[in-house]
Design a protein around this ligand. Structure first.
Ligand code: FES
Length: 162
């Protein structure tokens, strides 16, 4: 009788040990499966860089005083208003890509990095910049806003007349 009870106790112990290992095994499989799912999702999701649109709304023409050069540092463009009309210049220096600045006291655009200087039409006056500042495509939207496409260059002296 004691032997029978001892055997029954041993069988229950074996069963609980077996259940323990089954649970550990299932838990490991679940962790491995979750890790695989995460890596598979990352692998399958598109690796795309979401860059801002090259088209910028530069606002109403009336917000620019006559004969003015206005830098928008956020978009890297100059909006220039002359008697002939408006145009947009890329404000990124053609030397090593620093953001240039308008110097009203000198009437020039200057690069703070290595001293390149440009006229308001983008042509280089002096310094290491290899090219002039580019003219960017500008147009008037149906709502009457000045629009600039930073990805499209245009020939010099293509004014937007208003
Ligand atoms: S980056 Fe403008 S002069 Fe060098």
């Amino acid at each position: 009788m004691a032997n029978e009870s001892e055997e029954k106790h041993k069988t229950q112990e074996d069963l609980s040990r077996r259940q323990f290992f089954v649970r550990v095994g299932l838990g490991s499989l679940a962790v491995a499966g979750a890790g695989t799912a995460v890596f598979a999702y990352q692998f399958l999701s598109p690796n795309v860089l979401y860059e801002p649109s090259p088209v910028v709304n530069a606002g109403k023409p009336a917000s620019y005083p006559p004969e003015s050069v206005t830098l928008d540092p956020a978009t890297g463009i100059f909006v220039v208003r002359e008697t002939q009309g408006f145009y947009a210049l890329g404000a990124t220096c053609t030397h090593l890509g620093c953001l240039t600045a308008w110097k009203p006291e000198l009437g020039i655009i200057a690069c703070p990095c290595h001293g390149s200087k440009f006229r308001t039409d983008g042509t280089k006056i002096e310094g290491p910049a290899p090219k002039p500042l580019p003219w960017l495509r500008m147009w008037l939207s149906d709502e009457g806003d000045l629009m600039v496409d930073r990805s499209q260059l245009v020939a010099v002296r293509q004014f937007v007349r208003i």
